[in-house]
Design a protein around this ligand. Structure first.
Ligand SMILES: NC(=O)C[C@H](N)C(=O)O
Length: 373
């Protein structure tokens, strides 16, 4: 509309009141947008992002700036986290809720369910555009996958943590949090599934895993990041083809608890009691974090076959972490009625198994779920 454009130039050059008098009625609303914006107008234009804080190192505090590994996690409340990063106010209207204040290694399934229900409820609100979950990094990858599977929304969900407490030299939490809010409020992030912003990168919550225990570049994925956040702008280069969010068949509104799933870590010189004790403790499924291709020691095969025949689900994953575990490679899964975890590492396979078991314990269905999610 050329009239509007010339009107804008005139408005800037000559002052709004003169231009108003010389233009026809049509362009008035466009000119109104050129007037200096009020604070309320600016706030209305920015996305609304809710930050759900759960603790972790991002809320940690150490005694000294040299303490990057010795500190106490889960100390700083959410309002202080937000106040420490004033730039957040430039990208979104944020408000915080303290859901838990724990280190992420202490997360239980009950807390996972509670958190996901809160995320789901918030994203149903018209006045919420995205949610950020601040989280410890140790089990961040499990929570990210869980939310990816069970929150039926396309609005952005970003899980974020830090490797260093805010009191440490080169603390990484402030930028990670700013990036998380930026992604949660960005239109490009809609429909991309749960994301994780660490170390300037945007990772898929499904794929990302913590690979190093002490540096800000701790998180990566064998399939690569989705993109980056640079100077407050999101750049996406790929997206996951796996089912998540709205296209998921799982819905946290229908899930109130998760069945117990155990992981048994593979090595040389194993013993059957590691598996049978898990079942005695109530495990409905065992993820075998097997060696190599998810292999099982010959002297353990009868134990696992026996547990399967009595109803325990056996899922073969690999302690290697990367790669994919194929059906009937290493072990005859069809014959033993076992399931393979595809590309999911043991801790992620545990989450998908627990979620899948809320709907079915049919092994064909479970295997389909492992291919699709
Ligand atoms: N960097 C961290 O957040 C580690 C901490 N143990 C946690 O997961 O809560």
């Amino acid at each position: 509309m050329p009239v509007i454009r010339s009107g804008r130039r005139l408005a800037r050059a000559a002052g709004l009141s003169i231009v108003l008098a010389t233009l026809p009625l049509g362009p008035l609303p466009a000119l109104a947008r050129e007037m200096p914006e009020t604070a309320a107008g600016q706030a209305a234009r920015k996305p609304n992002v809710v930050i759900l804080a759960t603790g972790g190192t991002i809320a940690g505090a150490g005694a000294d700036a040299a303490n990057s590994a010795t500190y106490q996690a889960a100390k700083v409340p959410v309002d202080k986290l937000i106040a420490a990063v004033p730039a957040i106010g430039n990208v979104a209207n944020v408000r915080g809720e303290q859901v838990f204040q724990i280190a992420s290694e202490s997360f239980t399934d009950a807390q996972l369910v509670q958190l996901a229900k809160r995320v789901s409820a918030l994203l149903k609100q018209d006045d919420v555009d995205g949610v950020v979950v601040t989280h410890g990094t140790d089990t961040l990858e499990e929570t990210a996958l869980f939310l990816d599977l069970v929150v039926k929304s396309d609005k952005p969900i970003v899980v974020v943590g830090s490797m260093r407490p805010s009191t440490a030299l080169s603390a990484d939490g402030a930028l990670n949090l700013l990036d998380a809010v930026t992604v949660a409020g960005s239109k490009e992030a809609v429909g991309k599934g749960v994301m994780v912003t660490m170390n300037d990168q945007i990772q898929a919550g499904r794929d990302v895993t913590k690979r190093v225990n002490v540096v800000p570049s701790a998180f990566s994925s064998q399939w690569g990041p989705l993109g980056m956040v640079v100077e407050g702008k999101t750049y996406f280069f790929r997206s996951s083809v796996k089912r998540h969010g709205k296209s998921s068949e799982f819905d946290i509104d229908q899930i109130d608890s998760l069945p117990l799933v155990a992981i048994v870590y593979g090595s040389g010189n194993m013993f059957p009691g590691a598996y049978t004790a898990a079942v005695e403790a109530g495990a409905k499924a065992i993820v075998n974090a097997g060696t190599g291709n998810g292999s099982v020691a010959g002297y353990l095969v009868d134990t696992l076959k026996d547990l399967r025949s009595k109803g325990t689900l056996i899922v073969r994953s690999s302690r290697v972490g990367d790669g994919i575990v194929l059906r009937n490679a290493e072990q005859p899964d069809d014959k033993y009625d076992w399931v393979v975890a595809h590309d999911l590492n043991p801790q992620k396979a545990k989450i998908l198994t627990a979620v899948a078991l809320t709907k079915t314990n049919d092994t064909k269905e479970l295997q389909r779920i492992f291919w699709e999610y």
